[in-house]
Design a protein around this ligand. Structure first.
Ligand code: HAM
Length: 439
């Protein structure tokens, strides 16, 4: 039987891996200049972390979360026919996104007590969602994200959006390749009234309610704003006439949103105001945003927003928060579509070629000396002919080949061949590492 990778997962190696490393490298440098520190939270969290954090009624929690069960617990679940009776700590899931875990860590370790300075984290990690795999939609994918906890100021919203856009530009996108949409989701003082208005819009007209898709019938009751995201053409048509939150925002939310837009205008970031942008996660308040690369056709390449209630919901003291995450695989596909090479050149090396088999020990010695000096070094392990060693050196992208031959060794030198110009020089064996590292 030939083993296969799990559906919707990918292996990262070669140019794909170099691209992932490049994206992390650019993020590390740029995010550092904004004061963000790297965090790695566990891939696995208690289910409750996501249920409370992301929201019980979201598709991510209801339909897409991968549950993680140890063998012993699985037996119990099979016997009982359900998870009933399991303790919270036994109910685990693979993280579908990064925010809930970071917020859990901030609350659990009290990293941002009231009155303290904001904390800023970034991450580059695999996420898991049980979605139907297609181009740009995977079951294991990689997000690069930031979370900024403790900053209510609208300047933080604007700065984070500016950071996000600069990140795309540094990766090779041009401003004209991207569409940034923004919206305000209101807060506890204006959203409940709006939700009720929207619920009535969806439910009061019996005929209209009956025509909604099954999902929207549930959404209408539980979380009517989710209906703006419905993919059913009939529901989309009905939602065109739906009341909009922007007309119901309280004065504070209106002012906060106006300030965010003012800062974005000030630095010349283009955006489209989209009053139907609600995002797929329940924790958002006030500013939300999403970025697409329309030419790529892979959906959103990033998104985020403010979550001023989340820390309290997760058991902390009332503390504001804001963040974003981008999807690496979608960025990779989009840049490919735009003809931008993210991977860069293959890494080079030095190849140590063995001209006569009895010199194998000398090749071992020189290879060891070069590696000890930090040089990526390869040689032959299959007793190949000199000709096929040269071919292998080319394949391995060797810039230089060190040829070990008995004639040269009798004079205590080796031949160093530049693989591009084919120029050759003789270098004393004792000086080879110094010669390679200084040329
Ligand atoms: P999200 O919009 O669910 O937000 O995901 C962020 C990005 O992850 C998406 O824009 C997309 O590029 C990528 N992505 C999502 N699902 C998939 C998938 N199945 N396959 C490939 N890529 C995918 C969040 O996750 C929030 N935690 C962002 C955030 C951080 N909000 C505040 N802080």
């Amino acid at each position: 039987m030939q083993v296969q990778r799990a559906q919707g997962t990918e292996d990262l190696y070669g140019p794909y891996m170099r691209s992932w490393l490049k994206v992390q490298h650019v993020a590390g440098r740029l995010f550092n200049s904004y004061g963000f520190d790297l965090i790695e939270t566990p891939v696995m969290e208690q289910v409750d972390t996501f249920v409370h954090g992301i929201g019980e009624s979201t598709d991510v929690v209801r339909k897409e979360m991968f549950r993680a069960v140890s063998g012993a617990i699985l037996e119990r679940v099979m016997e009982n026919g359900s998870e009933k009776g399991l303790k919270a700590r036994q109910r685990l899931a693979l993280r579908p996104e990064g925010t809930a875990g970071v917020v859990r860590a901030v609350v659990e370790d009290n990293l941002c007590p009231p009155g303290s300075s904001p904390v800023k984290f970034w991450y580059a990690s695999p996420m898991f969602r049980g979605e139907r795999p297609q181009k740009g939609r995977l079951r294991q994918f990689h997000q690069i994200g930031t979370e900024w906890i403790g900053a209510p100021d609208p300047a933080a919203d604007a700065e984070l959006i500016i950071l996000l856009m600069n990140f795309y530009y540094e990766l090779g996108f041009k401003p004209e390749d991207l569409v940034l949409r923004i919206n305000s989701m209101g807060d506890d003082s204006c959203r409940p009234t709006y939700r009720e208005t929207l619920r009535k819009f969806l439910m009061d007209d019996e005929e209209m309610y009956a025509s909604l898709c099954d999902d929207c019938k549930v959404r209408a009751e539980v979380n009517p704003m989710r209906s703006f995201d419905c993919k059913n053409p009939h529901c989309q048509e009905l939602m065109v006439d739906a009341p909009l939150l922007k007309d119901c925002l309280c004065d504070e939310c209106k002012e906060h949103y106006a300030q965010v837009k003012k800062y974005l205008d000030q630095v010349g970031i283009n955006y489209i105001e989209d009053p139907t942008l609600v995002r797929g996660l329940d924790y958002y308040t006030r500013t939300v945003f999403e970025v697409e690369c329309p030419k790529a056709g892979v959906g959103a390449i990033g998104g985020g927003g403010r979550y001023d209630k989340l820390i309290e919901i997760c058991g902390g003291k009332s503390t504001p928060g804001i963040g974003f995450a981008v999807g690496f695989e979608r960025i990779y596909l989009a840049l490919q579509e735009l003809g931008v090479d993210l991977a860069g050149d293959e890494i080079g090396c030095v190849y140590v070629a063995c001209a006569e088999s009895h010199l194998r020990d000398k090749v071992f010695e020189i290879t060891h000396a070069l590696r000890s000096a930090g040089v990526r070094t390869e040689c032959d392990y299959q007793a190949r002919s000199l000709k096929s060693q040269f071919k292998q050196a080319d394949k391995l992208n060797a810039q230089v080949t060190v040829i070990v031959g008995s004639d040269e060794l009798s004079r205590d030198v080796v031949t160093v061949r530049d693989m591009q110009s084919h120029e050759q020089v003789e270098v004393p064996v004792a000086d080879i590492a110094t010669y390679i590292t200084s040329n």
